[in-house]
Design a protein around this ligand. Structure first.
Ligand SMILES: Cc1ncc(COP(=O)(O)O)c(C=O)c1O
Length: 371
């Protein structure tokens, strides 16, 4: 299989563990192991303490599937396949797509959402948002991109990198359009429950549409990316079965400790998600004040949700050079928009971390010196 390098991941590999200040991470502040174990019920603590480190069930620990299924009305444990989130994208694309199929994906975006399809030999159309209209993804534009051979539409709301979320009404229109045209939907919901307005949480696509696959997991909303646990939920058992067969060639099964820790987190989901949202809310106030102070340098469409946003840098030739100088001169890492194959005028900024205020101060000091 020929596949292009994952530009964002390669960029992170270069700086994530060497730059002192990270200002582009998409995951919320990670929990520490003792913090999570503290939340375990006596039953789960017992399971953790006595865990044998053998292979696990390929589709995922039954209790983990059961706990994760609680996010989806009308679905149960059998409708979920547990894997690393990125692995889930890979498995789904390979289970569903054939060379020559046409897919449409929200763009810019997390590269694997379209790149894997490209490597299979599919044709890809990009559904792009309107920056001048709050990064709105227009359904009319999507409709124009649909062809007779369109097999799959890929969306990601809250959207990485812009933080855009459509209204429930618009999302319903999208689902109706795809049902009418008999097109599959892959809905990457990795940032679900991090909406700025709590009533902006969309219904999960897999609940509302029988040909939808919803991706969610522990990495972003829960701040547990090191567990490498996520899942795809769908009413389509046939495709899930196919994915399971492919998983024999990727990881076979999930990490046993990660599954137990994920169950503990899911059993405490309300408090973990509330803590992450409280931090995001606090950081959003700082972000807005920062963007106002530096509005001669940046233009931001405030995100509707998630832990990231995508400001435009005004008056610079290249956001890549800007990011390069920033990391070299001030040890602050941002992700310039070329890592999204989206020109040279934007960057991704993450605001889910505890040290956000400190990093923002350092960024401000740098800008004051430079501009
Ligand atoms: C939109 C989106 N989908 C999927 C993933 C993959 O998640 P993970 O890195 O936990 O496998 C990411 C990670 O950044 C993401 O932003």
């Amino acid at each position: 299989m020929q596949i292009s390098p994952f530009i964002l991941e390669r960029y992170f590999a270069k700086y994530e563990f060497s730059a002192k200040y990270l200002l582009s991470s998409s995951d919320c502040e990670a929990l520490k192991l003792p913090e999570l174990l503290e939340m375990a019920s006596p039953k789960m603590r017992g399971i953790w303490d006595n865990l044998q480190l053998g292979y696990t069930e390929s589709a995922g620990h039954p209790l983990l599937r059961e706990e994760a299924a609680k996010f989806y009305t009308g679905l149960n444990a059998e409708n979920l396949l547990i894997s690393a989130p990125e692995e889930g994208i890979y498995l789904l694309m390979h289970a569903l797509l054939q060379p020559g199929d046409h897919i449409i994906s929200t763009f810019p975006g997390y590269q694997s959402l379209y790149e894997i399809a490209g490597s299979i030999g599919c044709e890809i159309s990009k559904w792009e948002p309107d920056e001048d209209n709050q990064w709105h993804f227009d359904l009319e534009k999507l409709t124009e991109l649909i062809r007779p051979e369109t097999k799959l539409v890929v969306v990601n709301f809250p959207h990485n990198p812009t933080g855009y979320i459509p209204s429930q009404k618009e999302f319903d229109r999208l689902l109706n359009l795809l049902r009418e045209k008999d097109i599959y939907l892959f809905s990457d919901e990795m940032y679900r429950f991090l909406e700025v307005e709590s009533d902006a949480t969309l219904i999960s696509a897999c609940e509302a549409y029988e040909k939808a696959f919803s991706l969610f997991g522990m990495s972003k909303t829960f701040g547990l990316p090191g567990l490498r646990i996520g899942w795809i939920a769908s009413q389509d058992q046939n495709i899930l079965e196919k994915m399971l067969g492919l998983k024999d060639y990727t990881t076979i099964c999930n990490s046993a400790p990660s599954e137990i820790l994920s169950i503990i987190a899911l059993q405490n989901k309300d408090s973990i998600i509330a803590t992450q949202n409280a931090r995001l809310k606090k950081n959003m106030v700082l972000l807005e004040a920062f963007m106002e102070k530096y509005d001669h340098i940046f233009k931001l469409n405030k995100p509707h949700g998630g832990s990231i946003c995508f400001p435009r840098i005004l008056g610079v030739e290249s956001s890549f050079d800007f990011a390069d100088q920033l990391v070299k001169e001030a040890a602050i890492m941002i992700a310039p928009s070329h890592v999204f194959d989206y020109g040279n005028q934007h960057f991704r900024l993450g605001f889910g971390r505890e040290n956000f205020s400190e990093v923002l101060d350092k960024f401000g000091e740098y800008l004051d010196k430079k501009f």
